[in-house]
Design a protein around this ligand. Structure first.
Ligand SMILES: Cc1cc2nc3c(=O)[nH]c(=O)nc-3n(C[C@H](O)[C@H](O)[C@H](O)COP(=O)(O)OP(=O)(O)OC[C@H]3O[C@@H](n4cnc5c(N)ncnc54)[C@H](O)[C@@H]3O)c2cc1C
Length: 248
């Protein structure tokens, strides 16, 4: 598939705010520059040596520190799709994203676990997604994706804000009228923000990056994939570098 997603921000520009390292929270840029959305590392398990030693146990061997030989082993594993050693590393992310992004993310199932805020229990107060810019449909025959920014951004923003505000107002009115949370939420749009925890094996995380960093994935989820990429690069530098050389 070609590049049918004409949001031309560079990879770095996609992530404006890398907060304090110890917090490992990456904010996703939106129209206000300071994104409402974020990817925060809750926890992780393992490092490059975990991958190496999961493979070396086949020969009843173990490395205590990464060597060039170990880096080559990781490359070999990835090149030959010897993927099971990648299943001993894990990440848990806390993510805030619009529902339409979470919907795409949630298609990643194998090696992944999910928990999400329930609007049966709590009232929605997580805000709504605001785009950086409104894009036109793709210029080629491709059906999915988008093209250049439209000319009249302000007009589109006005239509959008009016509809989102009306939906949220109606939501609050339904609740004030005595309607339960689980039914009132049905009036909220796909732009509503949600929060979830995603725990994924290293292999599942790399699969997510394969698909969601690709140029044909929607720009909005690509921002989140960039954040995940940065965190994985921090924890598994050799594995990510081998993956970049081979899989991408
Ligand atoms: C650009 C793009 C457009 C998309 N468009 C749509 C769309 O229009 N509609 C839609 O519903 N989804 C769409 N998707 C989602 C897509 O179909 C996948 O569900 C999603 O990308 C997750 O990938 P996955 O299946 O590899 O992940 P996982 O579900 O995590 O699976 C990982 C791997 O496990 C194996 N596997 C998983 N399930 C099975 C199985 N049942 N049998 C055998 N092997 C299995 C496969 O090798 C798979 O790659 C789109 C994805 C992208 C990137």
């Amino acid at each position: 598939m070609g590049d049918n997603n004409n949001d031309t921000l560079s990879r770095d520009a996609r992530l404006k705010g890398l907060a304090a390292r110890e917090d490992m929270t990456l904010y996703i840029p939106n129209s206000d520059d300071l994104g409402e959305g974020f990817v925060r590392l809750v926890d992780s398990m393992g490092d490059d040596l975990t991958v190496v030693n999961a493979a070396r146990v086949s020969f009843n061997r173990k490395s205590n520190s990464m060597s060039e030989k170990d880096k080559s082993l990781i490359k070999y594993l990835i090149e030959h799709e010897h993927t099971s050693p990648l299943r001993h590393g894990f990440f848990t992310f806390h993510v805030k994203a619009p529902i339409f992004v979470m919907r795409q993310w949630g298609k990643h199932q194998v090696g992944c676990s999910w928990n999400e805020v329930s609007l049966r229990y709590v009232k929605h107060d997580m805000g709504f997604w605001e785009p950086r810019s409104w894009r036109s449909p793709p210029e080629s025959h491709i059906k999915q994706g988008s093209g250049a920014p439209i000319e009249h951004q302000g007009h589109a923003h006005n239509i959008y804000d009016k509809a989102v505000n009306a939906a949220y107002k109606a939501y609050l009115e339904l609740i004030n009228a005595g309607v339960c949370n689980e039914q009132a939420r049905a009036i909220l749009p796909m732009s509503m923000m949600t929060e979830f925890w995603w725990t994924a094996s290293l292999q599942a995380t790399l699969r997510f990056l394969d698909l969601r960093l690709a140029k044909d994935s929607q720009s909005e989820i690509r921002d989140y994939a960039e954040a995940v990429y940065k965190i994985v690069a921090e924890k598994y530098p050799s594995t990510l570098s081998a993956w970049e050389q081979h899989a991408r």
